[in-house]
Design a protein around this ligand. Structure first.
Ligand code: AMP
Length: 299
């Protein structure tokens, strides 16, 4: 890999300019990492940027609140937009290029091609937000064309989304590596999310229910339980006890397919930290009108 960092962060609005920037870096022998975001950046996004900098010479970030992944009654118009702060943070972290298109740069008046998402998109978010993953796959495929990076970094925070992207990349032979980075949390365990800023201060405690429920799964596993249905029941009970308003789902499933597990799992391995995941616990719940997601890989 080349060693010189780029000196000045470019902020580009036009797809052709963004692609030319990536190609120029690559022609100069530099590897480029790409972090797609919707802005309202927090330490979780910045951790992906830093992972990108470990994997490549230059990091490109996109900031685009993608209208096609929001349903008609979702929060597109009030989604937080913190443009100046975002640019300041990305500049501080040495990002080489920010691609920030206007909506009509991405979706012209004649736009009509859509990507049908892979099977792993069907359950959970896919069943609650029926057009969400079609919007995600379409915009991510477009972004990969506009920012033809060597590697893209996504967050485990949106576990199903990361699985959907990995399957799309494999199914469509896309020429990009996908790296999935662990969820960044506040010290009390709350997963960082742009939507946390919607939470009234008094409801933060209730929001911690998601992490408490997931921690319960980890504890049951450590105590020797091999029964995913027991973990699932414990999660649901904890979410109810903590007073979340609505549980959209709380399930323990296969970490690759997100399908139900066939039955009890093998016992905890002697070196769990290095063992492959055997299950993933997924939660989506609403607290004071805010929809929160979290998950935990079980080894
Ligand atoms: P978003 O701006 O919400 O679309 O997220 C952009 C990327 O940041 C996605 O790959 C997310 O999974 C990732 N991300 C969001 N929150 C976190 C977090 N707390 N830790 C790690 N990655 C995150």
């Amino acid at each position: 890999m080349a060693t010189e960092p780029p000196t000045e962060m470019r902020v580009l609005e036009l797809p052709a300019d963004a692609r030319a920037w990536v190609r120029r870096q690559q022609l100069g022998g530099r590897r480029v990492a790409f972090v797609p975001t919707m802005g309202a950046l927090h330490e979780g996004h910045l951790a992906l940027v830093r992972r990108g900098a470990e994997l490549a010479d230059d990091v490109a970030v996109s900031i685009f609140v993608n209208p096609t992944q929001f349903g008609p009654n979702e929060d597109f118009s009030r989604y937080p937009r913190t443009w100046e702060d975002d640019l300041r943070l990305l500049r501080r972290d040495g990002v080489g290029m920010v691609f920030a298109p206007a909506a009509d740069q991405m979706y012209g008046s004649r736009f009509s091609t859509l990507v049908a998402p892979p099977r792993v998109a069907e359950a959970f978010e896919g069943s609650i937000r029926p057009t969400h993953f079609q919007g995600v796959c379409t915009v991510v495929l477009k972004l990969f064309q506009i920012v033809p990076a060597d590697v893209a970094v996504f967050g485990q925070k949106d576990y199903q989304q990361a699985r959907v992207i990995c399957d799309m990349v494999a199914d469509l032979n896309l020429d990009i590596d996908v790296n999935v980075y662990p969820t960044v949390r506040d010290p009390d365990g709350l997963a960082l999310s742009s939507r946390n800023r919607y939470l009234p201060a008094g409801d933060r405690e209730r929001a911690l229910a998601l992490w408490r429920a997931l921690s319960l799964v980890a504890r049951l596993r450590e105590a020797g339980s091999c029964d995913p249905s027991e973990w699932q029941a414990a999660m649901v009970e904890e979410l109810h006890r903590s007073g979340v308003d609505t549980i959209d789902y709380a399930a323990v499933v296969d970490p690759q397919t997100l399908l139900p597990l066939p039955g009890p799992l093998s016992p905890l391995p002697s070196d769990p930290a290095n063992a492959p995941p055997v299950a993933v616990a997924l939660i989506a719940a609403r607290i004071a009108g805010t929809r929160l997601l979290d998950n935990l890989l079980v080894r």
